[in-house]
Structures are given as structure tokens and as C-alpha cells.
Design a protein around this ligand. Structure first.
Ligand code: AHG
Ligand code: MN
Ligand code: MN
Length: 329
């Protein structure tokens, strides 16, 4: 945060916070602010539906597969519909990339932004009442308004993000985002129907003791990753793995830790998707003082070739990620 800016107090409503910080953004026309509000609104609707899971028929599998051949859950599809609807109605977004859609959606409007979204992250946790999330990355459109959306608009590198964030549907619901001026977290107050500032200027501890990885797949990891896991145990680190990337990332950002989804024998390029999972969390990690790597280099410098491209992912506290990379590089 810039020194001249008066910090808003805890309890400030998200709308007010967005408005107050609008001039930090170089194209301060109010469009990005409106886009963030659209996302917040859609997330409230999704939150309401998630809270009712178990009471209404929205649990379980759809019987269909998503863009990368994974089973779609009913809530994956529902969340995708809610976010797509809010973003297309808003008019600020001209193209949408989603985990749930094979190719990008051209919204045929004059919007100046492109969004990449994982509408519901942590699908395997929906039916068991464990934290899940939403992840989003926002880019400026590169083509001129009126021209057709092209590859340059869609396949932008993480460094081009102008904003990114996530919603965590956990013991409380939170929206955490950055526009490149630090990271701020807002907690949803259900009786008011508002997100309020609860975690101003979030920073990730430089070091930590938590490691998060699906160790059940250890036989499928490289010897170097297994050597690092041995190092974690030899140093009495704590293992924590929810299986919802947003929740694992959020905990590690608050407490200090590392999240790893490495290349495996089954997924030689890793499992997580660069454009709507890793880039957003990398931007937030870096803005909070952490780092994110694919094991060789910075995630946000990877030039995507495909919307649904996967990447190995090492993210978290600087010292921990650097240590892990020292093993695998
Ligand atoms: P999604 O539900 O959007 O497909 O993402 C699931 C991801 C991520 O949230 C989580 O960290 C990871 O998959 C868990 O994978 P494993 O079950 O292989 O550990
Ligand atoms: Mn996901
Ligand atoms: Mn998902």
C-alpha cells in the first residue's frame, strides 16, 4: 500500500474499499471496480447454494466431464453458470476462460477485460462439507474493442494480470484479492449480506513449517521431491493437506508454509491448471511476499500455449519454496 493512502479500518465494506482504491489502477474508469463487484455478488449466490448442499439436490456428480476429462459435480456446473451469468450481464468482461468450458467464451461486447476462472475448486470436498473455493485472474483485453477476440487476448502470461483473487467457502466465507497493490481479505457477514475488510494488507511469513502435498502419490513423485519430503520430516515439519487448493493456499499464507503439486508419473506436467488456478495464486503469493514456481522458474513468466495447460506448482513462503526448488531444480 502506498504511504500517502489512508488505511481503511477493519470492518470497511468491500464496495467502499474498492471505490476508495480505484485510483490506484492505471485505467481508473470504474470498470474493474464494477467487475470485482460482479464477482463478489456472484460469489454470494454461490455461497448461498453451497450452504444448502445436503438440503437440496446439488450434491454428487453430473454424469458429465469437464474440459480436461474430469467428472463434473453438480456444484461445478452451477457455480460456472452463476459466475458466467454475472460476468456476461456486467459487460466489463469480453471473454471468459473457465475450467468447465472447453474453449473460451466470446461475450460479444465492448468490455475491456478477459477473465480466467475456476468456478469451484476442490470438487472432491463438496459432498463432505469441507472447504472449497473459487479462483479468478483478470487481464486487459489486447485487441481493440470491435475486433474479434484473438489468441493474444486469451493466452496472456500471469505477469499480465491486472487483478486476481479467490473466494474461500470455509468456516467463514472470504474474498481475498489483489490489483497489484498488496493483498486484502474480506470476510462475508451473512446477516448484512456484505463482505467486510477483515485481513488488511496480508503478508505471508517468510518461513514456516507446514508442507502441503498429496503424499499418497509419493510413489509417483520424482526422487528429488521425495528427498525434499524427507527433509521436511527430518525437520519436524507439520503436514496439512485439505485437497482444496484455495484452502491449503490460504492457510499457508496466514501461517507460513509450502503447497506443492509436483509432476507425477500419472500427470507428467502436474495436475493444476496454469490459467485459472496457478497464475492467480502466484500473483497473490508474490503480492503477499511469497513466491511461486514450477520447480524451474517463475509461474507468472510461463507463456501459455493452451487454455487448460497444466503445470507443476510450488507456492508459499519464500524460504520454504526456495529450499524445495533447491532439491528439484
Ligand atoms: P478442481 O476441483 O477445480 O478440479 O481442483 C482440484 C484440485 C485442487 O483443488 C486440489 O489441490 C487438487 O486438485 C487435489 O488433487 P489430489 O486429489 O490429486 O491431491
Ligand atoms: Mn481447481
Ligand atoms: Mn474447479
Amino acid at each position: 500500500m502506498e504511504a500517502s493512502r489512508i488505511a481503511l479500518p477493519i470492518g470497511t465494506a468491500l464496495d467502499r474499499f474498492i471505490k476508495n482504491n480505484q485510483d490506484q489502477f492505471q485505467y481508473a474508469s470504474g470498470e474493474l471496480s464494477q467487475l470485482l463487484r460482479d464477482i463478489a455478488l456472484a460469489s454470494k449466490v454461490v455461497n448461498r447454494e453451497i450452504n444448502k448442499a445436503g438440503l437440496i439436490d446439488i450434491m454428487g456428480a453430473m454424469g458429465s466431464q469437464n474440459s480436461t476429462g474430469e467428472q463434473q459435480q453438480k456444484l461445478d456446473v452451477l457455480a460456472n453458470i452463476r459466475f458466467t451469468r454475472a460476468l456476461s450481464k456486467g459487460g466489463e468482461v469480453c471473454a471468459l476462460i473457465s475450467e468447465e468450458t472447453e474453449s473460451f467464451v466470446d461475450l460479444n461486447n465492448e468490455g475491456n477485460y478477459v477473465i480466467a476462472i475456476d468456478p469451484l475448486d476442490g470438487s472432491s470436498n463438496i459432498d463432505v462439507n469441507v472447504s472449497i473455493g473459487t479462483i479468478f485472474s483478470i487481464y486487459r483485453r489486447k485487441s481493440k474493442v470491435g475486433e474479434p477476440i484473438n489468441e493474444q487476448d486469451i493466452l496472456q502470461t500471469g505477469e499480465d494480470q491486472v487483478a486476481a483473487g479467490y473466494i474461500l467457502y470455509g468456516s467463514s466465507t472470504m474474498l481475498v484479492y489483489t490489483t497489484g497493490h498488496g493483498v486484502n481479505g474480506f470476510t462475508y457477514e451473512p446477516t448484512l449480506g456484505e463482505y467486510v475488510l477483515s485481513h488488511p494488507d496480508m503478508t505471508m511469513p517468510e518461513n514456516g513449517k507446514i508442507y502441503s502435498i498429496n503424499e499418497g502419490s509419493a510413489n509417483s513423485f520424482s526422487p528429488a521431491v521425495n528427498d525434499y519430503l524427507k527433509f521436511c520430516k527430518d525437520n519436524n515439519y507439520t503436514a496439512r493437506y485439505i485437497g482444496s487448493l484455495v484452502a491449503d493456499f490460504h492457510r499457508n499464507m496466514l501461517k507460513g508454509g509450502i503447497y506443492i503439486y509436483p509432476a507425477t508419473a500419472k500427470d507428467p506436467h502436474g495436475k493444476l491448471r496454469l490459467m485459472y488456478e496457478c497464475n492467480a495464486l502466484s500473483f497473490i503469493a508474490e503480492q503477499a511476499g511469497g513466491i511461486a514456481s514450477n520447480g524451474k522458474g517463475r509461474i507468472m513468466e510461463i507463456k501459455p500455449r493452451d487454455l487448460h495447460q497444466r503445470t507443476p506448482f510450488y507456492v508459499g513462503s519464500v524460504k520454504m519454496v526456495e529450499k524445495a526448488i533447491g532439491f528439484v531444480k
